[in-house]
Design a protein around this ligand. Structure first.
Ligand SMILES: Cc1cc2nc3c(=O)[nH]c(=O)nc-3n(C[C@H](O)[C@H](O)[C@H](O)COP(=O)(O)O)c2cc1C
Length: 324
């Protein structure tokens, strides 16, 4: 399949694996890229720029296909060494970066001068337009369904994607709630040039996370996620568990007065405990509503091949059949 996204990134299929904290290691990025999609290493999971450089080198050993690095700009006072991470990306020969979080404008000239293509993740049309204006090559439009941070507007993809298509000139991928061929064909119909998946790629053979995480996603339904940190305007969609219920009770009790310190126990340092040790109730971890559509743990190649072959069937048989 040829779309503006496959052309822009030089990939076979219009399927991207979004950056995921403590999931997006070289093993997963390489498996997705080897299957014809675009894999993504999560930059900040690597504790220092030199760790990221090593992870990039490891990934180059596992694939000769293009892969990218996610760089998330956090709303923190003590910012990570972003210039150092960007040097590691450029020196590592990476040609695609997925930025997320705050506006990446400050870092764009350096990336663009090095020939790096930038896809910025946005949860609203106004932020997508801003990304286009400052020179991003593409955007990933994350609807309200998404695992991770859906923003504060709560617009689902059925509305957000056609709105983005109406306004944007640069290509965009649909993100949030994407799982299968139906997601891909629907997204293309709504104006996107491909899909970005997070949660679906965690439940794959190559995702280097504890089996408990994969099993929890397969066992969950679309009703099992919760939104946390809304009073802090840092909303995150996570898998429900006793720690999340405790956190939500604190939010209900403390209301607008809640501080980050009040929920520190439920959200700080949780990812290694969940993703590596398989302690599923250690705290809050991002997960999309799309868990309700995930019923197996295929390899990345099986997953991507299945999406592409079934998408062709939907287009040729179901859709063409309706008008012929
Ligand atoms: C466990 C997990 C961790 C994530 N970590 C990040 C991250 O560090 N940076 C980022 O930009 N997005 C992160 N995301 C968001 C994904 O890249 C992607 O946009 C999102 O999962 C899409 O929604 P879906 O889960 O419905 O496919 C994360 C998502 C999950 C499920």
């Amino acid at each position: 399949m040829k779309t503006r996204i496959t052309e822009l990134f030089g990939i076979m299929h219009p399927i991207i694996q979004g950056g995921m904290h403590y999931v997006g290691f070289a093993e997963l990025a390489a498996a997705v890229s080897n299957a014809g999609g675009l894999g993504m290493i999560t930059g900040l999971t690597q504790k220092t720029p030199s760790d990221l450089a090593k992870e990039i080198a490891r990934c180059h050993q596992m694939t000769n296909q293009p892969f990218g690095v996610n760089l998330t700009f956090l709303p923190t006072v003590m910012a990570p060494d972003y210039p150092g991470y960007i040097d590691a990306i450029i020196d590592g020969g990476i040609s695609i970066v997925e930025t997320a979080g705050r506006n990446p404008q400050e870092y764009l000239p350096k990336l663009k001068n090095a020939g790096v293509k930038v896809i910025h993740k946005c949860t609203s049309v106004r932020h997508a337009l801003k990304a286009e204006k400052i020179g991003c090559d593409a955007v990933s439009v994350d609807g309200f369904e998404c695992g991770g941070h859906p923003g504060e507007d709560d617009i689902p993809n059925m509305i957000l994607l056609p709105r983005a298509a109406d306004e944007l000139k640069i290509p965009f991928v649909a993100s949030g709630g994407m799982a299968d061929a139906r997601s891909l064909v629907a997204s293309l119909s709504l104006g996107a040039d491909g899909i970005n998946m997070g949660t679906r790629f965690i439940a794959t053979k190559e995702a280097p996370v504890h089996e408990n995480v994969k099993k929890a996603i397969v066992a969950a339904s679309e009703l099992n996620t919760r939104l946390i940190m809304r009073p802090l305007r840092n909303t995150e969609r996570v898998m429900n568990n006793p720690a999340v219920e405790r956190l939500l009770e604190k939010e209900a009790k403390l209301g607008k007065n809640i501080q980050f310190e009040d929920i520190f126990e439920e959200v700080a340092g949780i990812y290694p405990k969940v993703m590596m040790d398989g302690k599923m109730d250690a705290g809050a971890w991002s997960c999309g509503m799309v868990a309700g559509l995930i019923h197996d743990i295929p390899s990345c190649r099986e997953l991507i091949d299945r999406i592409m072959s079934e998408a062709e069937k939907i287009i040729r048989n179901r859709l063409m059949g309706m008008i012929s």
